[in-house]
Design a protein around this ligand. Sequence first.
Ligand SMILES: [Zn+2]
Length: 170
Amino acid sequence: MKAPICEVCLKNDGLLCPADEKKLQEGIISELDVKVARLLYRLLGDVDIEFKKAVEAGDLIVLIVGRGDVPTVIGKGGKNIKALVKELGKRVRVIEGFDTWGPGELKKLAADLFYPASIFGINVVYRPGGEKAYKVLVPFRERKKLPEKPELLENVLSQILGREVKIAFV
Ligand SMILES: [Zn+2]
């Protein structure tokens, strides 16, 4: 299992090794990443999947996993999800992620996360100073099909991409 922490840290529940502790201190990984990585390892063992990161917004935790890894992480009949929900005390969703994020990757991610609502497209917005932000365009008629409140979805997407993501109904 590929995870944001090393194998030794995955296998124990104690202190992190110095390298992973440094990543935590520097904000490269979060406490939640550590917790979820260890839980997944306990549930799945050393299977060939990648857990990239977890983000939390409201009562929802979204797990970002490697390409094709969603079914394994969810488990037969959702048994792993049920175990995660029990351990984490929040709703859990598992979404396929990428190593680098551009508008194309964001479009795929938003399509998964917003299902059954459909997406019209992605706009790149340049902030003063040149910083990039994104707008996910959702057809106005799809608004009621969103599985979560728009603010919660914006929060999740912004955390995953590490930059501002807003939803615009068009
Ligand atoms: Zn470690």
